[in-house]
Design a protein around this ligand. Structure first.
Ligand SMILES: [Zn+2]
Length: 485
């Protein structure tokens, strides 16, 4: 039992303790406020430093960024002028993952680098789940450590995003919408005050972008298309058919116009090329494809397993893209497209985006030579005699335009995709110049000059124009939308 004096003393101690943390004067109040702000700031700048460190480490460039590693040929003035006359589309970059604005200085890709590299339209894909490759299993298990989720708290995202792939996708879309012009119709008539980035959501927006870029004297707007790399949450077991419809509506309303069912691991929608099971599309996956196609969201076949690819070709999809990656014909690794995958995308009148990084295209000679090799081998599949005969007959039967293999290949860099793309967007002219100059084993030019504008952007533009929603009942023809006057 405490005596009366002891009780008094302990009461006083408690009171003193309370007094220590309670502000007694406005000055103390301010001191405490400043101290709390400083510690919060320290915490935030610590997080920012970690995010920047991860961004810089993940999105590697060769140590010296030495142009001679990229290409032995430095583009001439005439070649640079030709590059600058192109409408360039890149089908895949992951820059939104790193929590920065596109206008901020980035590693592979940012506004200034896109300007310098003359990118006219950039597909920006959101990534929400990234378990790593498990060497012992030889695949990417779906339940490995998800580093994309770890970025959410570091970036100060709300707790609701820490555990939800859907919320993280919508968060990245909201951030881009905040930075991009949404009223493109008006922007076209007031180029001086419009934002630098235009979010392209309809066929007509695409045409407005082409018009604006040909009208603008100085500041050309750059189009961005929102995409998703793996709509994992749509594959959850509890998703009913009507819930899937609602969720696809939601991603459409958020501005997404391209989506891949899977990323590197199998999910409830289908098997992935690096997944552990190699299965095909699930019934849920097939429904998601139909819902996307119905709304004008382009289906991206990148990362699908061979079986999923084959299943996808059975669904009515219209032109497909495989936005980024290499081809097995030039570099035989599990994530790359087989000859059948390539032929399927061509049959759909789609296009394949050749990736720029060594893990997809291999390493031989300079970096652009390895990328050029992937272009050459993919084209070789499209030029196979039997396949040309098949495509000629198919086009004749449907009154389509004559088959041209050069219409089915594009750029799919994977800038800022946690891979070592060996040059940043501002040096894209090194690649176009290499493609202009590249000759085949028989000494012919791989790309006749008139085909370079197709591969550099017009093919990707055509596929987007064929699938994106139209503001008018009569759709303009994709070729007319993507024509440069
Ligand atoms: Zn990818």
């Amino acid at each position: 039992m405490q005596s009366g004096a002891q009780r008094e003393r302990s009461k006083l101690r408690r009171l003193n303790m309370v007094m220590e943390v309670m502000p007694r004067t406005p000055i103390e109040l301010r001191v405490i406020a400043i101290a709390s702000l400083l510690s919060a700031n320290l915490l935030l700048s610590g997080c920012a430093a970690i995010i920047e460190f991860v961004d810089v480490t993940a999105n590697g460039l060769p140590a010296s960024h030495d142009p001679r590693l990229v290409s032995t040929h430095i583009p001439t003035k005439a070649e640079l002028e030709f590059h600058d006359s192109l409408f360039i589309v890149d089908l895949h970059a992951d820059s939104l993952l790193w929590g920065r604005e596109i206008a901020q200085t980035g590693r592979h890709l940012d506004l200034e680098k896109m300007r310098a590299g003359n990118i006219a339209l950039q597909v920006l894909s959101v990534v929400t789940k990234t378990p790593g490759f498990d060497v012992s299993k030889g695949c990417v298990p779906h339940d490995g450590l998800n580093s994309a989720a770890l970025l959410a708290p570091l970036q100060g995202q709300p707790v609701a995003n820490w555990f939800s792939t859907r919320n993280r996708a919508l968060e990245q879309a909201t951030r881009l919408r905040g930075e991009a012009e949404l009223d493109i119709q008006s922007a076209l008539f007031d180029l001086e005050t419009s934002k630098d980035l235009w979010l392209i959501r309809t066929v007509q927006d695409l045409r407005r972008l082409l018009d604006a870029r040909s009208q603008a004297v100085q500041r050309k707007p750059i189009g961005v298309v929102l995409a998703i790399e793996g709509v994992h949450w749509l594959g959850d077991r509890e998703m009913t058919s009507s819930m899937i419809e609602q969720q696809v509506d939601e991603i459409f309303e958020a501005g997404f116009r391209m989506a891949a069912l899977t990323h590197r691991f199998d999910n409830g929608l289908g098997g992935a090329s690096e997944g552990c099971n190699g299965f095909g599309l699930t019934p849920q996956g097939r429904q998601v494809v139909r819902e996307m196609v119905g709304r004008g969201i382009v289906v991206d076949a990148a990362h699908l397993s061979n079986q999923s690819f084959a299943d996808l070709f059975e669904v009515e999809t219209g032109p497909l893209v495989s936005s980024h990656g290499g081809v097995k014909a030039s570099f035989n690794v599990s994530r790359n497209m087989s000859d059948d995958d390539i032929r399927g995308v061509v049959r759909s009148d789609g296009t394949i985006g050749v990736g720029f990084w060594p893990e997809a295209v291999g390493q031989r000679g300079t970096y652009v030579e390895a990328i050029g090799e992937a272009f050459e081998e993919a084209l070789a599949v499209m030029f196979e005699k039997e396949f040309v005969t098949e495509m000629d007959a198919a086009r004749l039967a449907t009154n389509g335009r004559p088959y041209d293999p050069y219409e089915h290949i594009s750029f799919g860099s994977d800038f800022d995709g946690a891979v070592t793309v060996p040059f940043s967007a501002d040096r894209l002219a090194f690649l176009t110049t290499h493609l202009m100059r590249r000759t085949t084993a028989t000494g012919d030019q791989l790309f006749p000059m008139e085909k370079i504008p197709l591969v550099a952007g017009l093919n990707a533009c055509r596929v987007l124009a064929a699938r994106m929603p139209s503001e008018k009942a009569v759709r303009p023809s994709p070729i007319s939308v993507c024509r440069i006057h």
